[in-house]
Design a protein around this ligand. Structure first.
Ligand code: AN7
Length: 355
């Protein structure tokens, strides 16, 4: 008898994944994240359309990276690896560290010194990874770990590893199953371009399997200070407060361009101010707290509606909220006024409440 106990992405979708099935899946029961209707946010963007939030921050380590890490670490175990490595703006590091811990593998993560959100660093440390801060960007780190993987038996688990996309593509299937078809538009932030590539792969496979009748148009967003795909030019010194997408030379750049072209989609840049406006708005209108980089996709949607690139009327949109807001507590607290301080006294409280 099937208990219906949800046991993660390989358990659920492994028969549709191009990975080794020779070992037990390394899983934390990732995936199966909620697709939350967001009518108030849609109204704030002008209304007349349906908007859903795919809340990937509810994955086990707090970001979408867990989808690709269950497959990458399972494949690494099947390949006989004893150690894994990645470069990361933070979320990949935390995820790799957790899945490596679960598999009993050694894990090293390279992060840009001082440019990683506290909750991600905390995760990587808690899960027991060797955390190495480099005097350089994510792009420098990725170059270094690629070379290390070439010259050693350490397995690389960045999204240049094809096993990562095999897991990440499942989010497209979850969305399609929840809605009964693909949405009209898919909005998401773009950094190293692994996720946009994985979604496009997933929607294409679902389309070819006859599970959906159409594929979505893809709307990507990059931070203005780290927008190589938008400008068509590598950024040597990327800068944005949305540190997760502080990436100047995406590894899957060409695949992102293919997804944008094949889907009749669009990619644009959004300023940090636009990102933080969207970040506050989604939390305050819908009660959904995402990290700043995740809000870049929403900021991109707002911009595309305002400048007429997207005609939203009657359409169905899904925005991918890639990481949890609690990953980056500093962004929430340091950019806001301090809480009101009062004496532990009811009269003081009534005065503060203006009642
Ligand atoms: C919250 O963790 O690159 O375009 O090293 O953490 O697939 O890179 C994170 C990327 C969006 C961009 N939102 O996804 C890393 C890393 C969040 C992220 C992205 C990231 P990709």
């Amino acid at each position: 008898m099937s208990s219906g106990h949800y046991l993660g992405l390989i358990h659920r979708y492994g028969h549709r994944m191009d990975i080794s099935r020779s070992v037990e899946p390394v899983s934390l029961c990732e995936g199966n994240t909620p697709l939350i209707p967001a009518p108030r946010l849609a109204g704030a963007f002008g209304g007349g359309f349906e908007l859903f939030l795919k809340y990937e921050g509810l994955n086990p380590t707090g970001s979408f990276k867990d989808r690709g890490m269950t497959t990458a670490i399972t494949q690494a175990v099947a390949d006989g690896a004893k150690a894994v490595i990645c470069a990361s703006t933070g979320n990949t590091a935390a995820s790799a560290a957790a899945y490596a811990a679960r598999a009993g593998l050694t894990c090293a993560v390279l992060v840009p010194d001082g440019k990683i959100a506290l909750g991600k660093l905390a995760g990587a440390i808690a899960y027991g990874a060797h955390v190495i801060a480099i005097e350089g960007s994510f792009d420098d780190g990725l170059r270094m770990v690629r070379e290390v993987a070439d010259r050693s038996t350490i397995a690389l688990v960045n999204s240049v590893n094809p096993a990562r996309l095999q897991g990440q593509k499942t989010a497209a299937w979850e969305i399609s199953e929840a809605l009964g078809d693909a949405p009209d538009w898919l909005c998401l932030p773009v950094g190293n371009a692994g996720n946009i590539s994985a979604y496009w792969l997933g929607f294409n496979e679902a389309f070819e399997a006859g599970d959906i009748t159409k594929r979505p148009q893809v709307l990507g967003a990059q931070a203005a200070g780290a927008a190589p795909i938008v400008t068509g030019k590598r950024v040597d010194h990327p800068e944005t407060a949305a540190t997760a997408i502080r990436i100047g030379n995406p590894a899957r750049w060409q695949q992102a361009l293919d997804a944008l072209k094949d889907s009749c989609g669009n990619i644009d840049s959004v300023t940090d101010e636009q990102i933080f406006d969207a970040y506050r708005l989604v939390a305050r209108t819908e009660g959904v707290f995402c990290e700043p980089s995740s809000a870049a996709g929403l900021a991109g949607l707002k911009k595309a509606i305002e400048n007429g690139v997207v005609k939203p009327e009657g359409k169905r949109f899904v925005a991918i909220l890639t990481g949890h807001g609690l990953k980056d507590p500093d962004s929430a607290v340091l950019n806001a006024p301090a809480p009101l301080r009062i004496a532990a006294d009811t009269d003081a409280l009534l005065k503060a409440l203006n009642v």
